[in-house]
Design a protein around this ligand. Structure first.
Ligand code: NAP
Length: 294
């Protein structure tokens, strides 16, 4: 069964679950695991120039034999070094060559930094609009944008970003909440990454007992197993987010997709996760953008 989709502000559909070729696969050949993901029913693949493995993503797409029209492919503009000029079109064309595609479904500015400190974000967004207009990217968006970065490009935007992909889980909810709310107010779809951080990268925190209670309730209601990962992913879906994850295991892909079938959280459960999350702060990625140290 294909995963359900969410609607973007331009009417295009995006599968709620995306399989990423960064983090665990950063700089590594992603072919085998992407083929496994596609064979397990994943249709949304999240790449980036900086992951340095777009060629293996392209190879996997080809090897999978899945028709292009049934896949949703994202890549992201590599953040320039300080002072470096960006040529968005040349950069995307190079990605398309590696991916063996004539267009991507979504092209994101990977990070506002350092362009935001150099007053260059608006120029980069105008160039993003040009590649969209040229048909090289069906949708365009941003990643790791804070409210002030979004406000900056919205001053000149003819095309509102379709997506803002940010780290999102209860242990960054204190700072991410305002971004998620701003995204919603402006019709920008929030996409989450690092969503499993509270159980994978920061276990033993205040969320653990809350999540376990909710997991048990969901399991009793459904009458079949529910994992803590699924309970956490359900929280992301209640925030209306697209969920980008990754795994080496086909079984975990099935478990992830099955989150759709897990009963809904109630208002009290969502609030309990928000509250427990706000007792601990743990950012796993992109500290520089948020002015945080590790
Ligand atoms: N835009 C950005 O700046 C940015 C930054 C970071 C990531 N991303 C994107 O988001 C994608 C996903 O990133 P993520 O790694 O942060 O996703 P995640 O969903 O937070 O974590 C996935 C990792 O958790 C492990 N895992 C899953 N369930 C587990 C469990 N129950 N117990 C222990 N480990 C478990 C998986 O390993 P197994 O192989 O063992 O399942 C996998 O390595 C990346 O590949 C990338 O495409 C984007």
């Amino acid at each position: 069964m294909s995963p359900s989709t969410l609607t973007l502000n331009n009417g295009h559909q995006i599968p709620w679950m995306g399989f990423g070729t960064g983090s665990a696969l950063f700089g590594r050949d992603a072919t085998k695991l992407v083929v496994q993901a596609i064979q397990s029913g994943v249709t949304h693949l999240d790449g980036a120039q900086i992951y340095n493995n777009e060629d293996s993503l392209g190879l996997a797409i080809k090897e999978s034999g899945k028709p292009r029209a049934e896949l949703f492919i994202t890549t992201k503009l590599k953040p320039p070094s300080a002072g470096q000029t960006v040529d968005v079109k040349a950069s995307l064309k190079e990605s398309l060559r590696k991916l063996q595609l004539d267009h991507v479904d979504l092209y994101l500015i990977h990070s506002p930094y350092p362009a935001n400190t150099e007053g260059k974000l608006q120029d980069i967004w105008k160039q993003m609009e040009e590649v969209h207009e040229a048909g090289l990217a069906t949708s365009i968006g941003v990643s790791n944008f804070r409210v002030e970065d979004l406000q900056d490009i919205l001053k000149i935007a003819k095309v509102i970003p379709a997506v803002n992909q940010v780290e999102l889980h209860p242990y960054v909810w204190d700072t991410a909440r305002q971004i998620v709310e701003f995204d919603k107010q402006h019709g920008i779809r929030t996409a989450s990454y690092g969503g499993l951080t509270p159980i994978v990268r920061a276990p033993g925190g205040p969320l653990d007992p809350v999540l376990e209670t909710i997991r048990k309730r969901l399991e009793e209601t459904r009458g079949s197993p529910v994992s803590t990962g699924q309970a956490l992913t359900k929280w992301l879906l209640h925030k209306d987010a697209v969920v980008i994850t990754t795994t080496t295991k086909a079984s975990r892909i099935k478990e992830f997709q099955d989150t759709e079938n897990v009963p809904e959280l109630d208002e009290k459960e969502i609030q309990a996760i928000d509250d427990a999350g706000s007792k601990k702060h743990h950012r796993a990625f992109m500290h520089v953008v948020f002015g945080e140290t590790r």
